[in-house]
Design a protein around this ligand. Structure first.
Ligand SMILES: NC(=O)c1ccc[n+]([C@@H]2O[C@H](COP(=O)([O-])OP(=O)(O)OC[C@H]3O[C@@H](n4cnc5c(N)ncnc54)[C@H](OP(=O)(O)O)[C@@H]3O)[C@@H](O)[C@H]2O)c1
Length: 341
């Protein structure tokens, strides 16, 4: 049997319950993984309250009772036809897309082999489970700005939300690429941001963005949509791009319906896009949306092998105390939240 953690209905705090269902069987190209660790990301906490119900509903990913979660680390238990890259008993980690089939908060999940990576020997499953979803989103954001190891040398990068999961991973990628990083971080996190590789770190305050120079090649907003326009005003005329993961796309559709959501999102995007274009005619402006990406997973695999990527874990809870992991995230406590099925 498979034990799965379900969000019973839309509620704040989440109404969680564990239930047993038939063990899923892997089809061609799929792998059945016995989950040792999975993660509660900020999106899970939001989805538990009904966030994203319209757009995610299009993918069948908003119907309650809902199994949340995108990250998985565990052991291969069975292989579908044609799977050649993995063997039974092998430790792996990887991703599930957000869709009809449900998420990773379960004792067993079926994962397409393209979304799985071999885990290094002796790696801690919890340490691996906190990486795939956040790394993939961060990588998609970076890629949309056009920055790469060649263009990154000496590039000036501004990261808002630098002490969060995406911000830390961005620093772990960009520092070895030779970027000069300015980190906007939470109160008390300045020293940590400097230790993680920021050249300059400022604690967030209402005026802190305006006090920064306007010469950034790349802006990454992992913190606050309300400050996206202000962040865009810090781009240099030669900037490559600006990416935000905290755009209001899903919220606009939830709030204003199909037509109103589309109209409001277009307006919101154009408003900041116009500032980006006025500052830097060649710069891109992107709203990042998580989706599984093989290129991102390969970059993650290389970094994990080199022990270059890690996120601190704030809580590791069994399913029986899953609510503590959700509380940890919703109350903004430091470190990632891991579930141990
Ligand atoms: N679009 C997508 O597909 C997608 C995918 C993944 C993540 N996301 C979103 O991207 C964001 C970053 O993800 P994460 O995993 O890095 O989250 P995280 O670990 O919670 O970090 C968020 C960071 O942003 C800061 N922050 C939050 N609200 C803020 C505000 N109002 N003003 C200033 N700073 C604020 C936090 O500071 P404190 O430490 O002070 O709270 C923290 O530094 C989250 O909002 C997440 O939901 C979007």
């Amino acid at each position: 049997m498979r034990r799965e953690l379900v969000c019973v209905e839309t509620a704040t705090p989440p109404r969680l319950a564990a239930r047993s269902v038939e063990l899923p069987q892997p089809r061609a190209g799929e792998v059945l993984v016995r989950v040792q660790a999975t993660t509660v990301n900020p999106i899970d906490v939001k989805r538990a309250t009904g966030y994203g119900r319209r757009l995610l509903g299009l993918k069948g990913a908003a119907r309650f009772p809902l199994v949340l979660g995108n990250d998985v680390a565990g052991i291969v238990e069975a292989l579908g036809a044609g799977v050649t890259r993995f063997a039974r008993g092998q430790p792996v980690f990887g991703l599930l897309g957000t869709g009809r089939a449900g998420g990773a908060h379960a004792s067993h999940v079926v994962v397409p082999q393209d979304l799985l990576l071999p885990a290094p020997k002796d790696a801690d499953p919890a340490a691996l489970a906190v990486l795939p979803y956040s790394f993939t989103t961060m990588w998609l954001a970076l890629r949309s700005t056009g920055i790469n190891p060649t263009s990154a040398q000496w590039a000036r990068v501004l990261i808002h939300g630098a002490n969060g999961g995406l911000g830390r991973l961005a620093m772990q990628v960009l520092r070895p690429w030779g970027c000069a990083i300015t980190a906007i971080c939470a109160k008390g996190q300045r020293q940590t941001a400097l230790e993680l590789g920021a050249q300059v770190a400022v604690e967030h305050s209402p005026a802190c963005i305006e006090s920064l120079s306007s010469d950034f090649d790349v802006v990454l907003n992992f913190a606050n949509w309300d400050e996206d326009a202000l962040l865009a005003s810090r781009l240099s005329p030669r900037a490559l791009g600006h990416a935000t993961t905290v755009h209001p796309l899903l919220a606009n559709f939830d709030r204003f319906g199909w037509l109103g959501g589309a109209w409001t999102s277009r307006r919101d995007r154009r408003q900041v896009g116009a500032i980006v274009a006025s500052r830097a005619p060649k710069a891109s402006y992107s709203w990042t949306i998580f989706k599984p990406d093989r290129d991102a997973l390969e970059a993650l695999a290389a970094g994990v092998r080199a022990r270059a990527f890690a996120l601190p874990i704030g809580i590791a809870a069994p399913f029986g105390n899953a609510i503590a992991a959700f509380d940890h995230v919703s109350s903004g406590q430091p470190g990632r939240a891991v579930l141990l099925p």
